[in-house]
Write a protein that binds this ligand. Structure first.
Ligand code: FAD
Ligand code: SF4
Length: 480
């Protein structure tokens, strides 16, 4: 940027004197009683100031840290220059869902982890800038209709999560006729049913979905592949199939008491609240238990989302029970910080032994044991070792189990020829193709539970190989 008063480019020294700009947030007291979004977004002034911190390095290591290789230096420079329309064009070229990734990417481990400013101070707030531009574009940019020649190739995508949506968008831009089949009544996958409104408002997800529909992508909801249609039926009707069904089957701990009333898997708890709007019951059809003391077991994003949801549903005490210590928590640092501000309590180095209940089989408490940390285990994190004689009961009326998910066998059990790992995930080669010709797969159903941007990176990369695959097959071109 030029210093307007001086008419000159800012020097490196001047750039280094600018502090990282803070994301404005809703007041913690106010927000723990509402599902309204916590982060309020940069103003134009904050965004341009933050963009001035970028040193425009010759080798942009931040780009290497981004799984979809967003052209970060260019769009940041365009923000600095106040050319938001150009920044939006740059961003959308590489990233199908920037309003989503700008909100939920673990930037501290990706693009921002590679920013040279982070070596001595705070990295450029790339995620916040990405969100700013995506939000600005929502009000200002109207994509022109696609002018690409239709190829006549038909491609089915199974699952409307970030992996499937990204692949569908890319394939439509190549001129293919794309149909997404989604089991639930609303597209978005975890973005819609898992990640709560206060982190990712659903209307933002649906706006992004709408942009894909405007490109010509068809979405059929309430269609469960493996039940409504089989994979074989889709293979007969389409030139290629992309499977991106996620890994949403909840895992429990296998401890006594998990069948008591008041015990939820985090998936069920969050789906009831996010997708079915259980907070509005009885106006909404679906209820959810609004416990006074809710304990959530786990330390990932899902656990932190569940415990913050419990606070918003009115829990006087909402606690995380995690068997390791705070530095080992896989949840995003920002979310842990927000949870603390909202009055969530954390019980670190505590391992659950059993859920206790009364004569009516309602939950009354969680029996636990304290742990000390030993040597790193197979996950690379220090293993929790129970401390003998430290057993105690944490009183509670609701327990939410958020210790992970695994592959749902619904689709794969109806397609016995599909090759699976011993944990039930799909096996795909370097092109993203499974052992069945023309059937590709990506996202959590191949990787195991991962991240939004990794599912999107799979969708983008594999859309490229699907395009090559269908063009190489001898299908007659019939314009739409
Ligand atoms: P999904 O998002 O799971 O989408 C799969 C879709 O396929 C779903 O809509 C499902 O209904 C549909 N489907 C399943 N089976 C069938 C079938 N047989 N027929 C038709 N449709 C089917 N990641 C981050 O990067 N940042 C975060 O902050 C973050 N927070 C998270 C919070 C929660 C509560 C959860 C659960 C996950 C979070 N994640 C986060 C992880 C991230 O959401 C996932 O890694 C990502 O959504 C995986 O994308 P996907 O497209 O592979 O699958
Ligand atoms: Fe960073 Fe995620 Fe945006 Fe890539 S998509 S630049 S990793 S915030």
């Amino acid at each position: 940027m030029t210093d307007v008063a001086r008419g000159e480019e800012l020097t490196k020294r001047e750039r280094l004197t600018i502090d990282r700009q803070e994301m404005p947030t809703r007041d913690p007291g106010e927000r723990s009683g509402t599902f309204a979004e916590v982060n309020l977004g940069f103003t134009e002034r904050l965004a341009m100031l933050e963009a001035q911190r970028c040193l425009a390095c010759k080798r942009a290591t931040c780009v290497e840290g981004c799984p979809v290789m967003v052209d970060i230096p260019t769009f940041v420079r365009q923000i600095e220059d106040g050319d938001f329309a150009a920044a939006a064009e740059t961003l959308f070229r590489d990233n199908t869902l920037p309003a989503v990734t700008g909100r939920v990417c673990p930037q501290e481990h990706q693009c921002e982890a590679e920013c040279v400013l982070g070596r001595k101070g705070a990295p450029v707030a790339i995620g916040h800038l990405e969100r700013f531009i995506a939000d600005w574009a929502r009000g200002h940019v109207h994509e022109p209709p696609l002018t690409i020649e239709p190829t006549g190739r038909r491609i089915a995508v199974i699952g409307a999560g970030p992996g499937g949506l990204t692949a569908a968008g890319e394939l439509a831009r190549h001129g293919h006729d794309v149909t997404i089949y989604e089991a639930l009544h609303t597209p978005g996958g975890v973005l819609t049913y898992g990640i709560p409104e206060f982190r990712l408002p659903n209307d933002i997800v649906q706006h992004e979905v709408g942009r894909l529909q405007a490109l010509g992508v068809h979405i059929e909801c309430n269609v469960v592949i493996g039940r409504t249609y089989t994979l074989d039926e889709l293979r007969k009707g389409f030139d290629a199939v992309f499977v991106s069904v996620g890994a949403g089957l909840p895992v429990f701990l296998g401890i006594p008491g998990e069948g008591l009333k008041g015990v939820y898997s985090a998936n069920e708890y969050l789906t009831r609240v996010n997708l079915m709007q259980a907070y509005a019951f009885p106006e909404a059809d679906t209820p959810v238990l609004q416990g006074e003391h809710v304990v959530v077991i786990g330390g990932g994003n899902v656990a932190v989302d569940a415990v913050r949801t419990a606070r918003r549903l009115g829990a006087q005490r909402a606690s995380i029970v995690y068997r390791r210590s705070r530095p080992e928590m896989p949840a995003r640092v920002e979310e842990i910080h927000h949870a603390e501000q909202e009055g969530v309590t954390f019980e670190f180095q505590v391992s659950p032994l059993a859920i206790e209940g009364n004569a009516d089989r309602w939950v009354t408490g969680l029996r636990c044991i304290d742990t000390k940390l030993g040597e790193p285990d197979s996950s690379g994190r220090r293993a929790p070792i129970p401390i003998e004689g430290s057993e105690r009961v944490i009183p509670c009326d609701t327990v939410v189990v958020a210790v992970g998910t695994r592959a749902n066998p619904l689709l794969t059990s109806s397609s016995p020829d599909l090759a699976l790992t011993n944990r039930g995930y799909l096996v795909a080669d370097e092109r993203g193709m499974t052992n069945l010709p023309g059937v590709f797969a990506g996202g959590d159903i191949v990787r195991g539970s991962a991240t939004v941007i990794l599912a999107m990176a799979d969708g983008k990369r594999i859309a490229g190989t699907i395009d090559e695959y269908v063009r190489a097959t001898s299908v007659e071109v019939t314009p739409r």
